[in-house]
Each structure stands twice: as C-alpha cells, then as structure tokens.
Ligand binder design. Structure first.
Ligand code: NAD
Length: 350
C-alpha cells in the first residue's frame, strides 16, 4: 500500500512505456533545488506498477537527502525498470530508456544500481550524456566501492569517538555483515588500523579472502548480529534492524554501508532507547555517490572526492551531537538536516 502523503513533495514522476521493446519504467525526480536529480537506475521484477512506483518515490527522496548531506550540488532522483535483470535485458530496451532520459533534458542523471551493470550503462550512455558512474571515457569515475568503504571507516571512527572518546579503532572488535565490494575494502581499513574482525557472508570465497588477508574470524550468518562487539557494520542487506533482530543486538554502535538498514523509521528511536548509536545509512555510505558525482562536474578530480568523503566524519559528528542535545534519534536528525539544506537552496533559488 502506498502512503500518498509521504510522497507529496516530488517535482516530477514520469512513466515510461515503449511498446516495441517492452520497456516499462518510472523516473522519479524528487527535488532539483540543489542541482539535477541524480540517483541510480534499478532493474527489478516488480509485482506491479504500484510497487515499482512506490520504490522509485521512496528511493528518489532518499537520494535527495543523501546528496544534500554529502554537500553535493545534486538533487535526488531514481529510475526503476520493471523486468527480470537476468532474462529481460536487451540493447534496444536500454537504448529506448536512454532516449527517454535524454528527453528530460538533464533534469535526471542516471547511474548503476541493483540489477544493472556497467555494460548496461554504456548502452544507455550511447543515447544520452546524462549518465554517471561509467568505467570508460575521459571523466569515468570507476568503481565507487573503495570510496564508500573509506567513508564507512571514517563514520565508524566518528561513532567510536562520540560513544567512547577514543580516536582510533585499535584493539576494538568489529563485526562486518557482508564482505563484498564495500565490506572487503572496509575490512582492509579496519585491519590496518588494528581492529579485530568478525565477518559473515553467504559467499565462501569472499570469506576466505578476508580471513587470509586480514585474519578475520568467520561467524555463522545467523550469529553476526548478536555478537558482543564494539561495532556492528551491516554491509550486505537492507532492513537488518527489524522487530525480530533488534533485541538480539549486543553492540552499542551500528555503522555500516548497507542501504535502508532500518526496517521502519521508528527503529531509529528503538535503537536510541537501547543506548545504541546508529550512524544513518545514507550519511555514512555517501562515499560512492560522491565519487560518481565527480563525473558530473566535467573533469574527474580525486582530491575533490577525498575532501568530500573525509567530511562524512564531521557530518556524523554533527548528527550525533544534535541527537544527544535534542534527545531525538539520529535518523530523524539526518532527515531534518537534509531538509534544511534543501529548503535553503530552494529559498535561494526563489
Ligand atoms: P556486494 O553485492 O558486492 O556485497 C554484498 C555482500 O553481502 C556479498 O558478498 C553477499 O554475498 C553478501 N550477503 C548477501 N546476503 C547476505 C547475508 N544474509 N548475510 C551476510 N552476507 C550476505 O555489494 P556492495 O557493493 O559491497 O554493497 C554492500 C551494501 O552497501 C549494499 O546494501 C549496497 O546497497 C550498499 N552501498 C554500496 C555502495 C557501493 O559503493 N558499492 C554505496 C552505497 C551503499
């Protein structure tokens, strides 16, 4: 069911239908006060149009918030293509999608997301220049994961500092759920900084790699959330903090890369009530979009990226402190800060 009131702020929502290729997609432009709406394109086997629309609306608003707090001159948008990412792809379908993005005249910039590959993005880029996150070409930014991992590492340090006063993770035990692209680089940072690692993953090869390279201890999939650790870092799935898991959690800090870690908004309050510090996901995992955003500026500049990624530490400190002084959960403070930045930009634009 869609709560219409929750989504009354969107600037534009477009339904794309191309009879010839079977393309069915939505593009949701949430807000362009800060700049063109940027956010990935997801390909997913949605049950129906309503489910796809709901996802596009929710995700595009999340991108507005993420881009605003990351200090990017970008608004928030998202595209969702309805279809099976394994069986329904064709060049013609992505070319039709690319032409439709081009028709929006740069109001929406697309990038890779769940179900899409770099190769798919290259096909789309053949029809429109409003694509970012490419691996080829003069301004290509490449794999965003190492930047996301650096941001998460800094976010963990900010959370540790806030909770314990310590400036380092040395000697701390940190549980990382999911050691894929981001999780691997995160483990590398943490290991180099002297942390002890507990890891879980459904992929044995990924586990072997972090065990061998960083001496990580492998933990059962269903045990990782309840480990008695200093920090829990969800880097796999969304909705890991939910009604079933919340009382199992032993840590006092949750800081990880996964999107949409809270199954519901009010789980932020529930964590706060249990004395658990939660680093809002879209603030701590912004390193990737910062790297992608560098591509939209013309020339890719790694120093510009690193400056913005380093700022994730400060952004989280502000959120943590405001959460304490206002006695409100960090996820609400983050949403509010993002809205303040967007409102200011909107007012400046008149
Ligand atoms: P990935 O697919 O490379 O890694 C995810 C890992 O989680 C995989 O190794 C997978 O096997 C593992 N996994 C799946 N189910 C699991 C389970 N039940 N328990 C433990 N492990 C499980 O993805 P990624 O690019 O590393 O992204 C990780 C998370 O961070 C995702 O939620 C993603 O949306 C988010 N994120 C990623 C980036 C980025 O730059 N890649 C940026 C922002 C947010």
């Amino acid at each position: 069911m869609m709560d219409v009131n929750q989504f009354k702020d969107h600037e534009q929502v477009v339904y794309l239908h191309d009879k010839e290729t079977g393309l069915k997609a939505f593009i949701a432009v949430h807000d362009t006060s800060l700049g063109p709406a940027a956010g990935g394109c997801r390909m997913w086997n949605y049950e129906n149009e309503l489910e796809a629309l709901n996802d596009a609306l929710r995700l595009s608003r999340g991108m507005s918030f993420k881009n605003a707090i990351a200090g990017l001159k970008l608004g928030g948008g998202k595209a969702v293509i309805m279809g099976n990412a394994r069986t329904d792809k064709s060049d013609a379908l992505f070319q039709a999608f690319g032409r439709m993005i081009d028709g929006l005249g740069g109001k929406y910039i697309t990038a890779e997301d769940v179900g899409m590959t770099v190769e798919d993005m290259e096909v789309i880029a053949g029809e429109t220049k409003h694509v970012a996150g490419l691996t080829k070409g003069a301004h290509a930014s490449g794999d965003p994961s190492p930047f996301t991992a650096t941001g998460v590492y800094l976010g963990i340090k900010a959370a540790v500092k806030h909770k314990t006063g310590k400036d380092s993770v040395e000697g701390l035990t940190i549980a990382v759920q999911g050691v894929g692209h981001v999780g691997y680089y995160l483990c590398k940072h943490l290991h180099q900084a002297g942390a002890k690692l507990l890891v879980s993953d459904i992929n044995q090869d990924s586990l072997n790699r972090v065990e061998q390279e960083f001496g990580a201890e492998i933990v059962d999939l269903d045990k990782i959330l309840s480990c008695d650790v200093d920090v829990l870092s969800p880097c796999a799935l969304g909705a890991v903090i939910n009604d079933e898991t919340i009382d199992l959690i032993q840590t006092k800090i949750i800081a990880g890369a996964a999107n949409n870690q809270l199954a519901r908004d009010d789980h932020g309050q529930a964590l706060m009530d249990r004395g658990i510090l939660y680093a809002p996901d879209y603030v701590i995992n912004a390193g990737g979009i910062i790297n992608v955003a560098a591509e939209t500026r013309g020339a890719y500049d790694v120093d510009w990226v690193n400056t913005k990624v380093n700022k994730i530490y400060d952004n989280l400190q502000v959120i943590f402190e405001r959460s304490v002084s206002e006695k409100r959960p960090t996820n609400h403070i983050a949403d509010e800060l993002a809205n303040e930045i967007i409102d200011k930009a909107r007012a400046a634009k008149g």
